[in-house]
Design a protein around this ligand. Structure first.
Ligand SMILES: [Zn+2]
Length: 202
């Protein structure tokens, strides 16, 4: 299959959907609605096609800046701008083997609104409406970054070190989905275990 993989958001979504269908679901995740985020837990989708590595990172604002409402104070706005600048440097977040020869071709970071599972608790109609309004006002923003890397020797992409956890104190776990010519793999990395071994799948 020819995977053209520019930054059309539909393409990573399609790959993720394919993974969701083809991989066994962890029990702890079955109660989650697709699209809802969990604080402390982000997702990194990664696709390797020849020399192009495409990545997509989705992380709750809580993990990155410690709040998810729209930035209102100067301090909050500065925190968001600083985080965007940090997230725009994927090789400082996800350290790759130098011998793979990867360089950043494109990086894009945005803040997007996201819904929570518990935004729709059943209850008295008035209370439910009030709660919903409150939630909308409070917000659940998340950071969404997309990257394109060009690697001179992609076969050397045998490991990733997640310096990401050092930069963002609220980040605890990342689910990592990797698509290569050899197939699809799903991993969990964490603050306690920030290394991913990709030997054998490139
Ligand atoms: Zn949230």
């Amino acid at each position: 299959m020819r995977m053209q993989f520019p930054f059309a958001p539909a393409v990573p979504a399609l790959i993720l959907a394919a993974m969701t269908l083809s991989l066994p679901t962890h029990g702890e995740e079955t109660h989650r609605e697709l699209g809802a985020h969990v604080h402390g837990h982000g997702t990194l989708n990664m696709a390797v096609e020849e020399k192009r590595v495409s990545m997509e990172l989705e992380v709750p604002g809580m993990d990155i800046v410690g709040f998810e409402h729209a930035a209102s104070t100067e301090e909050q706005k500065a925190a968001v701008e600083k985080a965007k600048a940090q997230l725009a440097k994927p090789l400082a977040l996800f350290a790759l083997p130098p011998q793979a020869g990867c360089a950043v071709a494109e990086a894009s970071v945005a803040v997007e609104a996201e819904q929570h599972d518990d935004d729709h608790d059943a209850g008295d109609k008035e209370d439910a409406k009030a709660e919903h309004d409150h939630e909308e006002a409070a917000g659940h923003n998340q950071f969404h970054a997309t990257y394109a890397l060009d690697c001179t020797r992609p076969a050397e992409l045998t490991a990733i070190t997640f310096d990401y956890f050092k930069l963002f104190a609220g980040a605890h776990e990342l689910t990592v989905n990797v698509v290569t010519a050899k197939g699809q793999s799903k991993y969990e990395v964490s603050r306690d275990k920030p290394m991913l071994d990709l030997d054998g799948i490139m």
